[in-house]
Design a binder for this molecule. Structure first.
Ligand code: FPP
Length: 251
């Protein structure tokens, strides 16, 4: 046992996470369990996403980040990649107006180079239309990989050093963080992964340094407001000390 002072009571802890990030896993297994094609699992995954965006509003969450296509998902069969891109196209075309009406600001992180021009145009349109909204920020991680994001930040910094614009001694963690894709968005307080897998799979590795991780056994298409509330209740039971001794809130 250490002689450290006892951990302070957590009376000032707010129960609601400001930023929730979601690894929406298990669409394929949900479909397989029902004898349905994987595409149907993804389609039902979009229905779950709609429910959860609405629930996030109602629960007062400020930022919701969704892992909708990872840099590593390119290794899937071309038909499935086509299905996922089709769902993104339909999600933006069908839902953008109502997201805008509901005060949702859409942000997109991930590599745009190499995406089809119409996808890039839709992502830009979603960001442009909703840029002044403030009720909920929906961060769509599309063609996203965290190691790639960190490598791009390092590359930009290295270029500035090579051009004589930056002294390498000034580079610290805070500065590198400013070179990531959305430095204005607070780190996630809570990361939820569905389907029982317990890993981050190259999602927000830098930003997750002090995130609480909650793994739920249900597959993503079954996720709903009650499941989100359950994960938030679990989050509220956690004691966040950010490496110190005293429990703190994230903000
Ligand atoms: C994981 O399930 C899920 C994905 C790879 C993509 C998540 C995408 C959606 C929920 C729908 C798309 C939403 C938008 C906005 C494009 P999995 O296929 O890995 O499932 P499995 O592990 O059971 O095979």
């Amino acid at each position: 046992m250490s002689n450290a002072a006892p951990i302070a009571p957590v009376a000032d802890r707010s129960d609601a996470p400001l930023h929730v990030a979601l690894i929406m896993d298990g669409n394929g297994r949900w479909a397989a369990a029902r004898g349905l094609p994987r595409a149907e699992g993804h389609r039902r995954g979009v229905d779950a996403l709609r429910r959860v965006v609405r629930a996030a509003h109602e629960l007062g969450i400020g930022y919701l980040t969704i892992f909708s296509f990872s840099s590593e998902n390119w290794s899937r069969p071309a038909a499935e990649i086509g299905d996922l891109f089709g769902l993104l196209r339909r999600f933006i075309r069908n839902d953008l107006a109502s997201l805008h009406r509901d005060g949702v600001r859409v942000r997109v992180i991930g590599e745009r180079d190499g995406l089809e021009p119409d996808i890039c145009a839709l992502l830009n349109e979603a960001e442009e239309l909703t840029r002044n909204n403030s009720r909920l920020t929906l961060v769509v991680a599309f063609n996203y990989g965290s190691r790639q994001e960190i490598a791009r930040a390092a590359q930009r910094l290295a270029r500035e050093v090579a051009e004589g614009k930056r002294d390498p001694d000034t580079i610290d963690a805070e500065m590198l963080g400013q070179y990531l894709e959305a430095p204005d968005i607070p780190d996630p307080d809570l990361i939820i992964r569905t389907s029982g897998e317990q890993r981050l799979s190259n999602f927000l590795l830098w930003q997750a340094a002090y995130s609480e991780l909650v793994f739920v056994p249900m597959h993503w298409p079954d996720f709903d407001k009650a499941a989100l509330e359950g994960a938030i209740a679990e989050f509220a039971r956690r004691e966040r000390r950010f490496g110190g001794l005293v429990a703190k809130t994230a903000s």
